[in-house]
Design a protein around this ligand. Structure first.
Ligand code: ZN
Length: 180
C-alpha cells in the first residue's frame, strides 16, 4: 500500500529526524501551521506533535572569587570554548539531583546544589537552562575533566576565557551584578 499523499497547498516538507513520523500511528508527519506555528502534523490521523523545550542545568561554582569552567570537547556545541559544568535533566529526575550528577560526571566533584540562580530561556532556543549555585562538598578535591569536557580550570570573574554561549555572558553579568 502506498503512503504517497497528494501535495496540499500550504503544506511544508517533512519535519526532520524523530519528528518525521506520528508518535500515535506511525504515519509521516508534515509541517503545517496549527495554533499560529508550524508544527509536525500527522498526514493520516491529524495528530499534532507539540514540541517541548529541553531542560538543562548548569552549576555556578565560585571559590575565592574564581569560577570553575570547563573546556568543551569535540562533538559538543561550541567545542574548544568554555562554559559551566552542565547537562540535560532526564525525565523523572529531580532537578537539583541532576545538577549534582552532571557536575560529578564532568568534574569528578561532589557538590551541594544551592539556590536557583536563574532560569534562562530565549526565543527559538530549544534548551531552557536552570542555573544553580553550588558548593563543593570536599574543597580539597581537584576537579578532573570528563564526559563532554576536556579541561577544567578556575578563572577570575574579570579574566574569563571565551565562553561557549551568549547566555553564558548574561549569566556572568548577572553574577557580577549580584556580587556588587
Ligand atoms: Zn498519526
Amino acid at each position: 500500500m502506498s503512503h504517497d499523499l497528494p501535495e496540499r497547498p500550504g503544506t511544508q516538507p517533512r519535519p526532520p529526524g524523530h519528528f518525521a513520523f506520528c508518535p500515535t500511528c506511525g504515519s509521516p508527519n508534515q509541517m503545517q501551521e496549527r495554533d499560529g506555528r508550524n508544527r509536525p502534523v500527522c498526514t493520516a490521523c491529524g495528530h499534532i506533535t507539540f514540541l517541548d523545550p529541553k531542560l538543562a542545568v548548569a552549576a555556578l561554582i565560585v571559590r575565592d572569587g574564581q569560577i570553575l569552567l570547563g573546556k568543551r570537547g569535540p562533538g559538543t556545541r561550541s567545542p574548544g570554548k568554555w562554559s559551566f559544568p552542565a547537562g540535560f535533566v532526564e525525565r523523572g529526575e529531580q532537578v537539583e539531583a541532576a545538577t549534582a550528577r552532571e557536575v560529578l560526571e564532568e568534574t569528578g566533584l561532589e557538590i551541594e546544589p544551592g539556590r536557583l540562580f536563574g532560569l534562562f530561556s530565549e526565543m527559538d532556543e530549544t534548551v531552557v537552562l536552570a542555573v544553580y549555585e553550588a558548593t563543593i562538598r570536599n574543597p580539597g578535591a581537584a576537579p578532573v575533566a570528563a564526559d563532554d569536557l576536556v579541561d577544567l580550570d578556575w578563572f577570575p570573574l574579570d579574566g574569563l576565557p571565551e565562553l561557549a554561549f551568549d547566555r553564558d555572558y548574561r549569566i556572568i553579568e548577572r553574577l557580577l551584578a549580584a556580587r556588587q
